[in-house]
Design a protein around this ligand. Structure first.
Ligand SMILES: NC(=O)c1ccc[n+]([C@@H]2O[C@H](COP(=O)([O-])OP(=O)(O)OC[C@H]3O[C@@H](n4cnc5c(N)ncnc54)[C@H](OP(=O)(O)O)[C@@H]3O)[C@@H](O)[C@H]2O)c1
Length: 348
């Protein structure tokens, strides 16, 4: 039997892009989601099989998982959708991947690592822009400076964000920031720290954000102190600082439904994605004052997400996986990101 995989949430912005790229590669996934009309239409376009079911329908979920070898979960926010899928994957002995960037999802999956190992399957959340390039950069820096105790990572995305990314960010607004300190994830205020970051072709002011690597880079490198920075427009920085004081209000039900309804559907067009790019920078240092820096120049974030997720899916389907909870660079090494067309690296 040919190995195959399930793309759940295929009708979302990123799910559709991944489905389209899968068709271009000649892959034959089964696509799925909770909206039968949209899923059937997308399946018809690419000649794929489809299944329509909600994540609450455990019997149907189990039955569908029996038809595939792994899942590429694209329906977010993953803090809502990941748990039913990852537990079903372990129960049915199927590999699990997703495109989350949420710290809580990485930590929940990490806590299920033993169960996944016993089931002989790999669970790897974060196979998209968050965290493939930054995780590879982290691992590369650790390889260059094995004594590293501190890691700083930063990314600068030039392009528009999608409905789901904005919905996930809005859901988490008011929850503050997070860093890793002495091996533990600790809460810090939103935009807690800023610093000038030399991305190579441009220098920008970065601010700390609770990005997935605060969780994952620790598993990939063992470095106990981790901060992640990004670049946002000055107006958004002001709003983030205000959210330190109004966070409780922004997180309330009525405010959340108001903000969520205002988010436009979709994401960057094919033309916008083709023009976009992302820059990453990382620095590792140790107690003796040694420090190393490296940079990556990558395609636009959603393009990279689709390419990285499918590269990893192909590896798993070819039997290249390690059972248990894994991060991309832990399972596949720092050079994984260099397998993506258009990625360039530079050590500084
Ligand atoms: N890690 C990364 O670099 C990266 C990159 C891209 C996206 N993402 C994340 O991926 C997620 C999707 O983003 P997007 O822009 O593609 O989103 P989107 O266009 O809003 O699509 C979301 C998809 O998820 C489905 N969905 C949402 N809640 C669900 C639930 N409770 N049960 C079942 N299905 C559910 C939606 O189904 P309906 O159509 O039925 O509502 C839709 O198919 C977001 O969390 C985003 O942050 C991460």
């Amino acid at each position: 039997m040919n190995k195959t995989f399930l793309i759940y949430g295929a009708n979302g912005y990123t799910g559709e892009l991944i489905t389209r790229f899968a068709a271009q590669r000649g892959l034959k996934p089964i696509i799925a989601g909770r909206n039968e009309e949209k899923i059937a239409e997308l399946a018809g376009k690419h000649g794929f099989d489809y299944r329509a079911f909600s994540l609450e329908d455990t019997a149907k979920l189990d039955a569908v998982l029996q038809e595939v070898d792994m899942v590429l979960h694209c329906a977010g926010p993953f803090s809502i959708t990941s748990l039913p899928m990852v537990t079903a994957c372990i129960r049915n002995k199927k590999h699990y991947t997703d495109i989350t960037g949420e710290i809580s999802v990485f930590e929940t999956c990490a806590a299920m690592g033993k169960k996944a190992e016993e089931a002989g399957v790999m669970i790897m959340p974060g196979v998209g822009f968050d965290v493939v390039p930054s995780d590879c950069l982290a691992r590369h820096l650790k390889d260059r400076l094995p004594s590293a105790t501190h890691l700083s990572l930063a990314f600068y995305g030039m392009g528009r964000i999608s409905h789901g990314t904005q919905a996930t960010m809005t859901m988490n607004v008011g929850k503050g920031g997070a860093i890793r300190k002495d091996g533990k994830i600790v809460s810090v205020p939103a935009a807690w720290k800023t610093r000038e970051i030399d991305f190579g072709e441009v220098t920008k002011t970065g601010l700390t954000i609770p990005w997935g690597d605060v969780a994952t880079a620790y598993y990939s490198t063992g470095i106990p102190n981790i901060e992640v920075f990004t670049v946002i427009p000055p107006a958004n920085l002001r709003m983030l600082k205000v959210s330190r004081y109004l966070g409780w209000l922004l997180a309330t039900g009525p405010f959340q439904s108001y903000l969520q309804k205002k988010i436009p559907p979709g994401g960057p067009s094919d033309e916008e994605r083709a023009k976009g790019k992302t820059l990453l920078w990382g620095e590792a240092s140790d107690e003796q004052g040694n420090h190393v820096e490296s940079r990556l120049r990558c395609p636009e974030g959603y393009t990279l997400t689709a390419l990285a997720a499918l590269n990893i899916a192909e590896k798993i389907l070819n039997g290249n996986f390690t059972a248990g909870y894994q991060t991309p660079a832990k399972a596949y090494g720092a050079d994984l990101v260099l397998e993506i067309n258009g990625v360039q690296s530079e050590d500084g």
